[in-house]
Design a protein around this ligand. Structure first.
Ligand code: AMP
Ligand code: GLY
Length: 419
């Protein structure tokens, strides 16, 4: 069958790569894709908020199944749009996508179903928020309610920081704000935990540890993710049981009580405090760069797996994993996550010869006359899998050394905690 993938980042290149290996897949189309997906799929440059246009293109190209990478089209209801068409689409519907699209929706669900999360308060007026901020301890966390491309979260060390955050949110930095979320700061270690769901069954889809801060030793600004390793060092059977019992089960029950069901990937962002899981956030998609880190260790056929989910046959699908350790390092443009130059040539990339178990997934890249150019902040994802984290990491660093891109930088300490 022909498949359409929506998105243009490293996550989508890795999905494209893994689906290309599937026995079920003929042609792949990426909307709009990047220079990496272009090597294995046909990129179609269209506005991904225009569902009608996507639909027409799918009909023209005989695409039978769409896989959605990023959150925005899901939150905007792309799955609901395609429900009455002949084209299958893999991802959660609009109601379920509120798990990511509205932080207050998720917090209310946590409250109702007693899901462990940080204490919180939702405040609808700037003045009430300022008053409340005088009564609390610091640090604390201030969040905008809706999608903010990873930027709507402020970790505030002082009353002043928190006031500034509240003001920015109500001033509309992330769009019109009806409320702010003020949360207790949780101190622990984060873990990204993934499941895949078919609407009635779900299965574990690995763990990973992202590195969100731009600087080494987790310093500096938050980014989309500077690298990851998988599986997470925190993962064990005991924690797994707690996550399933205390977080996944009540969440899926809450979704069921809303009269719907969850189909797609679900990313559970956790803070682990003394071996207890606390929910920080849900994302209704795979993580980026977690997806690029995890898919190379997936042994099973991803096309068959997604097909099984669309047919509600996940319960009889045995997801197999390679017993390997994966490390992903993200190469970024100098200046990221602030301003950076665009259209900078990446000279060496075309000369890199990858060995088995090594992967490069493109993010913000384009190709012109056989030359590659960086167009985004996060540019390339370099991944290696092997028997141990040290070896995987060394392999990624060797590739980065060979790419030797002077206009970019990367964190050299990815996965150091497990090495
Ligand atoms: P979010 O977009 O909600 O995932 O927040 C982005 C990042 O902010 C998370 O990955 C955490 O590192 C941090 N964070 C969010 N909420 C909290 C919290 N309640 N306590 C501590 N850190 C948090
Ligand atoms: N890696 C964080 C995210 O995908 O949101």
């Amino acid at each position: 069958m022909n498949i359409g993938i929506i998105g243009s980042g490293g996550r989508e290149h890795s999905l494209c790569f893994k689906l290309k290996e599937s026995v079920l897949v003929d042609k792949i189309f990426c909307f709009p894709g990047n220079a990496g997906t272009r090597l294995i799929a046909k990129n179609i440059n269209l506005d991904i908020t225009d569902f009608e246009k996507i639909h027409k293109t799918c009909e023209k190209e005989k695409i039978e199944l769409i896989v959605v990478g990023p959150e925005k089209p899901l939150v905007d209801g792309i799955v609901d749009y395609f429900k009455d068409t002949k084209i299958k689409i893999f991802g959660p519907n609009k109601i379920c996508s509120q798990l990511e699209g509205s932080k207050t929706f998720t917090k209310k669900l946590c409250e109702k179903y007693k899901i462990p999360t940080s204490d919180f308060k939702i405040i609808y007026e700037e003045k009430s928020a300022f008053n409340y901020l005088q009564t609390v301890d610091y640090p604390l966390v201030v969040k905008a309610d809706g999608l903010a491309a990873g930027k709507g979260v402020y970790i505030c060390k002082s009353h002043n920081d928190a006031k500034k955050a509240v003001k920015e949110i109500f001033d509309g930095r992330f769009g019109k704000a009806d409320c702010v979320l003020i949360e207790q700061f949780l101190s622990g270690e984060e873990m990204s935990y993934f499941i895949i769901c078919d609407g009635s069954t779900y299965k574990f889809f690995q763990t990973a540890q992202d590195h969100k801060r731009v600087g080494e030793n987790d310093t500096g600004k938050n980014t989309g993710g500077m690298g990851a390793y998988s599986p997470s060092r925190l993962y064990c059977n005991n924690l797994d049981e707690k996550i399933k019992e205390k977080i996944i089960k009540p969440t899926l029950m809450g979704i069921k009580d809303l009269g719907t069901s969850y189909r797609g990937f679900l990313y559970i962002g956790l803070m682990i405090v003394e071996n207890e899981p606390f929910l920080i956030e849900f994302n209704v998609r795979m993580g980026d760069p977690e997806c690029q880190t995890i898919l190379p260790i997936l042994e099973s056929d991803l096309g068959e797996l997604i097909q099984a989910c669309c047919d509600k046959k996940l319960s009889s699908f045995n997801i197999k994993w390679k017993q390997k350790k994966s490390v992903c390092v993200v190469l970024c443009s100098n200046g990221y996550p602030d301003n950076y130059k665009k259209n900078i040539k990446i000279d060496q990339i075309k000369n890199i010869k990858l060995h088995q178990n090594e992967y490069i997934f493109h993010a913000g890249t384009k190709i012109e006359n056989g030359e590659y150019f960086a167009t985004g902040g996060r540019v390339l994802n370099i991944i290696a899998i092997s028997e141990n984290f040290r070896r995987s990491k060394d392999q990624t660093l060797k590739i980065l050394n060979d790419i030797n891109w002077k206009e970019g930088f990367f964190r050299k300490d990815i996965a150091n905690k497990v090495i």
